[in-house]
Design a protein around this ligand. Structure first.
Ligand code: SF4
Length: 291
């Protein structure tokens, strides 16, 4: 029996950076809020609350407190409003997300019809579309596209989408436009996690995907894994049930880019404990890479 963790899993560069910025700020003993949860992981949000960093959902709640801008970024007009009003900001927007915002703005200024692959209700996409000056089209997949003909189309993606969906969107749009500019803004941290998950899922009897139920990239990992093998998406070790492991030989674990290390380790330990109880001794346990 074996328990393995996907080669690339857990915190990405942008999330690590945002969390480090928040903890550094907490050391200064400042009165701090985050505008929206800093990352999509309830356990980490709770941990920050213990450091007196609370999250608010509306700028009217700022009350002169230092405000952390989360890794997904915020709308352009909201950022400008906060700067104009002298709010002390700690901008933890992931640099890759900021770059994507710049592309949205540039394409729009150059009169491209901006088309974004993404979830229109996700904070990153809400912020992203605010950078385009004109009407923006957001689609979650190619078949949501309008049948309109376009002169100039500029295509970008929410950083956590699947490359395959991006490619399908480009293929579908090509016959509908005269000129096309494609900027692949899918983050590498996302794609490597997806590939590692896919490879591990193919070799496992059961997969457990660890991360916030509100985390877009974690949900995507669960979706990919489900295609190959029975998969459970959990936020913490407490959700794991003994019954999942009956007659299971090979368990694979993977985690989204916003899942803290300590949550992954807790799940790993719990799985080993249950497999030992349900299936006898766990004969082969691989080291936890990176922990
Ligand atoms: S997944 Fe990529 S774009 Fe998103 S926060 Fe992490 S590093 Fe930044």
């Amino acid at each position: 029996m074996s328990v393995r963790i996907a080669k690339n899993s857990g915190f990405c560069f942008g999330v690590k950076r945002a969390i480090n910025m928040a903890f550094e700020a907490a050391k200064q003993n400042k009165n701090i809020v985050t505008l929206g949860p800093i990352i999509h992981n309830p356990q980490m949000v709770k941990k920050l609350e213990n450091e007196n960093i609370v999250h608010i959902d509306d700028i009217v709640e700022i009350n002169h407190r230092t405000t952390i801008i989360r890794s997904h970024g915020i709308e352009k007009n909201v950022m400008e409003h906060l700067e104009k009003n002298g709010v002390e900001l700690i901008n933890a927007t992931c640099p890759y997300v900021s770059k994507t915002q710049q592309y949205a703005e540039e394409l729009s200024k150059q009169n491209y019809q901006v088309i974004i692959l993404g979830d229109k209700n996700h904070p990153e996409v809400i912020a992203l579309r605010s950078y385009a000056q004109k009407n923006v089209i957001v689609v979650a997949k190619a078949d949501e596209l309008p049948t309109t003909k376009f002169q100039k189309v500029g295509i970008i993606s929410q950083t956590t989408r699947r490359f395959e969906d991006f490619q399908n969107l480009v293929d579908a749009l090509l016959p509908q436009c005269t000129e096309m500019r494609v900027i692949n803004t899918i983050c590498k941290a996302t794609s490597v996690r997806q590939i590692s998950t896919l490879e591990l899922a193919k070799e496992s009897d059961l997969m457990i995907v660890i991360g916030g139920k509100n985390s877009s990239n974690t949900k995507m990992l669960a979706k990919i894994s489900t295609k190959f093998v029975k998969t459970h998406h959990v936020e913490t070790a407490t959700e794991i049930e003994d019954s999942w492991f009956s007659k299971i030989e090979k368990v694979g674990l993977t985690a989204g880019a916003s899942t803290p290390d300590w949550v992954i380790v807790e799940v790993y330990n719990k799985v080993i404990e249950i497999m030992g109880n349900v299936n006898g001794n766990v004969e082969k346990i691989e080291e936890i890479p990176g922990f």
